[in-house]
Design a protein around this ligand. Structure first.
Ligand SMILES: [Zn+2]
Length: 520
């Protein structure tokens, strides 16, 4: 087993924190190091009449099982990563604890190793259990592990992986520029979707979706992350942009705890300028931007970073008001050197070109910033299958742009419909998967833009109060879960659902989602 610096200490903390949750580490070995014989015999004075008790004989048998059945928490990832900044390599030791919440014992677990989809990026060094070594097979991103014993319902297993990542260049023509969230440039190293994740399990199947250059392909249950980064050979002024509760162990060593997350992402740069603001609900919003976000035009300077921070903070409050609370104490926004934007749990990227071209509120900087913030509800809290039902997060995140503008920039509502939607004359079924398109534009037109038109039509038919209450109830009921279109539509009453028949016929390939019994 590759031994990483400080890992034993972290493991100790892991065990202690597990104990504090009420678990008992059944296999902690008891070691008697010394037996001390008393040198004098004290005189015993009876204090009460006592019955003699039989003393049970204690026998210690070493526990070599890999299964624990004493606690019930979320899946857990304990990560120790060493980032060699100048050569963009990362050595990772990752402990993954999976709980069987299904209805039958499981002997095979599937992990998704997304970085392995790019040649030369991912190298798996070792897979181990607490006791013994499982057999495993890595094919594309799907890592299938055959356990040494079945995991009964309500029990868990911990798998340890050792692997190395060689982060690809953002400028490398081989990689899709839109997936630069795992990439490095001349001033930024991004670690998005860098860790191995547990495949979601649905209908007795482990789900691994093929990666393509269109859309996202992930479906993640919530898990708790405890990630320690050790930076090697990094510039002295490097900044670490990462979500969760941060602890600066030393200037080269950072630990982050992020609970109930879909994944855990990081961005590093020696050039970041950190600005921050607090939302009305108390969340600290941090923006990591570059100097080129301050645009000099003649004698005046436009601070696009300040604008992005302001709308991010206001949108967080607006969405909290509409959909329910944001789950973390911090929200991190990163100016990216790859195009467009990308959402992660507690951290989002917004494309640098939107900062540099900023001229005022009528801009993609505002739209993409608040769009990515909206994904903290429609993705992070309310999960969905991003490959098969992408409209569930993307149409709702795009419509959330409108809900923000309606409240904060009401004079721009018609501009938004024209600039964001109508100019593209969008076509296509809203309920398409990411695999049905040959271009990114076609995908966005069908899923995002016609999705928004569908939501606008639904609002017109149902009325403002019923429509907004529907979204709020959906957010509340589906929080923490992986949702589905069936669940979304099921929150309407039979009468409301029937009143939307024509709209579903217009926008959806499969408009009959729910069968309503006659007379109901
Ligand atoms: Zn989106």
């Amino acid at each position: 087993m590759r031994s990483l610096p400080y890992f034993p200490l972290l493991l100790l903390v892991w065990v202690l924190s597990a104990c504090s949750l009420g678990s008992q580490a059944a296999s902690v070995p008891l070691v008697i190091t010394e037996i001390i014989q008393p040198t004098t015999q004290p005189t015993l004075v009876p204090t009460a009449t006592r019955q003699l008790q039989n003393i049970p004989t204690l026998t210690f048998t070493p526990d070599t099982r890999n299964v624990e059945c004493l606690t019930e928490t979320e899946n857990q990832h304990l990560v120790e990563a060493v980032v060699n900044y100048p050569i963009q390599s990362v050595i990772v030791q990752q402990e993954i604890k999976w709980f069987n919440r299904g209805d039958r014992a499981i002997s095979q677990i599937v992990l998704n190793t997304k970085p392995n989809e790019r040649p030369g990026v991912f190298a798996l060094n070792e897979v181990s259990l607490r006791f013994g070594t499982p057999s495993y097979e890595l094919a594309g991103q799907r890592l299938t592990i055959t356990l040494t014993e079945p995991i009964e319902v309500g029990c868990s297993v911990t798998i340890t992986l050792n692997y190395t990542l060689n982060i690809p260049s953002l400028e490398d023509g081989e990689i899709n520029a839109y997936q630069g969230y795992l990439g490095f440039g001349n001033r930024q190293l991004n670690l998005g979707r860098w860790l191995v994740s547990l495949a979601a399990r649905q209908s007795d199947q482990w789900i691994t979706h093929e990666n393509t250059f269109i859309g996202e392909h992930d479906i993640d249950d919530l898990a708790d992350y405890d990630v320690t980064l050790t930076l090697q050979n990094a510039p002295a002024n490097i900044r670490v942009a990462a979500p969760g509760e941060p602890i600066e162990v030393s200037p080269e060593r950072w630990r982050f705890k992020l609970g109930s997350a879909r994944e855990f992402s990081v961005s590093l740069s020696p050039s970041y300028i950190l600005t921050a603001a607090q939302s009305q609900s108390g969340t600290m919003v941090e923006l990591y931007s570059f100097e080129d976000a301050r645009i000099t035009d003649g004698s005046s300077t436009i601070d696009s970073a300040a604008f992005a921070l302001d709308v991010a903070t206001r949108s967080l409050d607006r969405y909290t008001e509409l959909f329910g609370p944001y789950p973390y104490s911090r929200m991190v926004i990163v100016q990216s050197d790859f195009p467009d934007g990308m959402e992660f749990s507690g951290l989002v990227f917004v494309g640098g070109e939107y900062f540099r071209s900023f001229k005022g509120p009528q801009s993609y900087l505002m739209l993409i910033t608040v769009h990515e913030i909206a994904h903290q509800w429609w993705y992070q809290q309310i999960g969905n299958d991003q490959a098969i039902t992408p409209w569930l997060d993307e149409a709702l995140a795009t419509y959330s742009e409108y809900l923000f503008i309606e409240s904060q920039f009401p004079e721009l509502t018609q501009w938004w419909w024209d600039f964001r939607i109508n100019t593209y004359s969008p076509q296509g079924f809203v309920d398409s998967s990411v695999y049905e398109f040959s271009s990114r534009r076609e995908y966005i037109n069908a899923v995002y833009l016609r999705g928004v038109r569908m939501l606008g039509d639904l609002r017109a038919v149902l009325g403002d109060a019923t429509f907004l209450n529907w979204l709020r109830r959906y957010a509340h009921e589906a929080t923490g879960k992986i949702s589905s279109p069936t669940f979304f539509w099921s929150l309407l009453t039979p009468e409301e659902y029937t009143s939307t028949d024509a709209i579903r016929q217009r926008y959806l390939r499969n408009p009959q989602i729910i069968v309503i019994a006659p007379g109901s």
